[in-house]
Design a protein around this ligand. Structure first.
Ligand code: FES
Length: 321
């Protein structure tokens, strides 16, 4: 994990749609920022100490600026309100270098892009990249209403506008998104990319899996996780490989919390199992994965887990700490 941070300056802020603000970030000295690929995100350190991940929605080919768009979520955990209300043009922010856990499959010959709401941010970047390369793709963009739809003008004026279908929840039945037939009509080689609210993504992924889409063709990135706490969650222990210290993890605590009480700090960000910041190697024991970050294959291999939310099926986990 690269924890390098950069100082950027907010060079633009605008209303992109109802409750959605766009932000443009540049290097204060005018030089280029580290390059990124479509699907990348950055961690943004916000006023008040929160750190949030936002997908880059600008052109991956132009490293002179980063662009993010954020939905103000009054019922959220405070990050979106902080960036909407407290971040202004001219402010300086610390951000991470771009990371990409949602990359386009370079060997695929056909791509299906599905965006729900503000999940359009990485999907738009992908559409622009694929269009610039002359690749075969279609995009479906589902939102509650036209007024809540970010980037309508940018998409409508793009070279690929004829590849994009907008679907509004409050629109008439003829324009509703028909997920089942969209998936059915695709070829067996198509790769699917989905980003949006949890329910939208779960619906898309379970429909695709039910139709036999294989995991290697499904690409997704969750914005927020639902960390599962189960009635029967049992206490367990973790052992630190470096010191041999053994720490109890009570039923109601996370591994991160339990280690912190013993002076062992693990860097975290989302604390919901979505960002990957706390990724820790497991040397012995069987993790009980509760995150939305690892792929099915990574989970099955059992050699890494997310201590901010995941637990243990075995009574002891030995961690590479
Ligand atoms: S802190 Fe984000 S996955 Fe653990």
């Amino acid at each position: 994990m690269n924890n390098e941070t950069l100082t950027v300056q907010v060079s633009g802020k605008w209303v992109e749609a109802q409750d959605i603000c766009g932000f443009e970030l540049r290097n204060p000295d005018g030089t280029s920022l580290p390059a990124f690929t479509a699907g990348s995100h950055i961690d943004v350190h916000l006023p008040g100490g929160l750190v949030r991940q936002y997908s880059l929605c600008g052109d991956p080919g132009s490293a002179d600026r980063y662009e993010v768009a954020v939905l103000r979520d009054a019922g959220g955990r405070g990050g979106s309100i902080a960036i909407h209300d407290l971040v202004h043009v001219g402010d300086f922010l610390q951000v991470s270098v771009p990371r990409n856990h949602f990359a386009i499959e370079q060997n695929a010959t056909r791509h299906l892009l599905l965006a729900g709401g503000i999940g359009v941010t990485p999907i738009l970047s992908m559409a622009e990249y694929l269009s610039s390369r002359g690749e075969s793709f279609d995009m479906h963009y589902c939102t509650r209403s036209e007024s809540r739809t970010a980037f309508i003008a940018r998409i409508s004026e793009s070279d690929f506008c004829d590849r994009v279908q907008f679907h509004y929840d409050n629109g008439d039945a003829s324009q509703r998104f028909d997920l089942t037939s969209t998936l059915t009509e695709e070829q067996e080689s198509t790769h699917l990319y989905v980003c949006g609210p949890r329910g939208f993504m779960d619906g898309v992924l379970s429909a695709a899996r039910a139709q036999g889409w294989t995991e290697d063709r499904l690409h997704y990135e969750f914005f927020s996780g639902t960390v599962t706490k189960l009635e029967g969650d049992a206490p367990f222990q973790v052992r630190l490989a470096s010191s041999g210290a053994v720490v109890d993890v009570p039923a109601g605590s996370t591994v991160v919390e339990a280690l912190a009480t013993h002076g062992v700090e693990i860097l975290t960000s989302c604390e919901q199992g979505v960002c990957g910041t706390c990724l820790t190697r497991v040397l012995e024991g069987q993790p009980d994965h509760r995150d939305s970050y690892l792929t099915e294959e990574e989970r099955a291999s059992g050699d890494q887990f997310m201590p901010c939310c995941s637990r243990s099926k075995s009574t002891l986990l030995v961690l590479d700490l």
